[in-house]
Design a protein around this ligand. Structure first.
Ligand SMILES: [Fe+2]
Ligand SMILES: [Fe+2]
Length: 275
């Protein structure tokens, strides 16, 4: 049989996606599909790894031995998420070992607000450039970012690339546990008058940072991702479902949701994929 041209491949892929079929291997991909899929999976893999590195000091600095175990488990989960995502990327021909040695996933910045900027040539979601300096930061990372990641990654659970869907099932369950850890601690810290003010301050810092990760409303790239079955919703719809979830949870514990002003102009086209 003669080899298919790229145009024929594109037609075939569009037909299959139109019927709701899933892609199982690289051979079935067009160049365009492969390019965008690689980009999205790389953003997730890099975020998972940078996330793990940021948590590491809190294995030793946690408030008690129970929490040392919890943080160790979370670090292990995040490294596992990174590893399985990089393995998928290896399957698509990426030289992951080379990539790993050429990037510093431990890089952090001291600026309080980097907006929607990316600061190095790795593909992590920009929130992973901020250091986790206090236990309240750690808790708010679970409360805001793991929750945001959950909303963002919901689409990947049923995306058009089957191996990614399968991988996401386990990741999603573990992310839910991280979020529950944050919720439990936020409840505890917000109900104690001694700690309430500080956890509110941490929310004021991490909520806007999380709101910045979802990408621009009506982004062209998002439309491409949706055409390829790699996303299902507009960036801003995902952001708004996260915001509603936060409002609901803050109402329960008596915290105030801080204001967030969209930087539409500066905001990247890229719908970031958090870990
Ligand atoms: Fe997580
Ligand atoms: Fe993760």
């Amino acid at each position: 049989m003669a080899k298919m041209t790229e145009a024929q491949k594109e037609q075939l892929l569009a037909d299959r996606l139109g019927k709701g079929e899933k892609i199982l291997s690289v051979d079935e991909m067009t160049e365009e599909y492969r390019h965008h899929l690689t980009n999205l999976m790389m953003m997730q893999a890099d975020s998972e790894l940078a996330g793990a590195y940021g948590y590491v000091p809190w294995i030793m600095k946690s408030p008690d031995i129970r929490e040392t175990l919890v943080v160790s488990q979370i670090v292990k989960d995040e490294v596992r998420h990174a590893r399985v995502m990089y393995r998928l990327l290896e399957g698509m021909g990426i030289d992951v070992d080379d990539y790993f040695t050429k990037h510093n996933f431990n890089l952090r910045v001291e600026e309080a607000d980097i907006g929607t900027e990316r600061l190095a040539d790795d593909k992590r979601v920009n929130i992973f450039y901020y250091p986790i300096n206090t236990w309240n930061d750690f808790i708010m990372f679970n409360f805001c970012m793991d929750r945001g990641a959950g909303h963002q990654l919901e689409d990947s659970l049923d995306c058009s690339y089957k191996p990614w869907c399968d991988t996401m099932e386990g990741i999603f369950k573990e992310e839910t546990m991280h979020m529950a850890h944050g919720d439990q601690w936020v409840k505890r810290l917000a109900s104690d008058p001694e700690t309430k003010e500080d956890i509110q301050k941490a929310l004021d810092v991490w909520y806007p940072r999380t709101m910045n990760i979802f990408g621009r409303r009506g982004s062209k790239k998002n439309a491409v991702y949706r055409r390829l079955g790699l996303k299902k919703r507009d960036n801003d719809d995902v952001r708004q479902s996260f915001a509603a979830d936060i409002r609901k949870n803050c109402a329960v514990v008596g915290l105030e949701v801080p204001a967030w002003t969209p930087e539409e102009k500066k905001m990247t086209e890229e719908p970031f994929i958090p870990g």
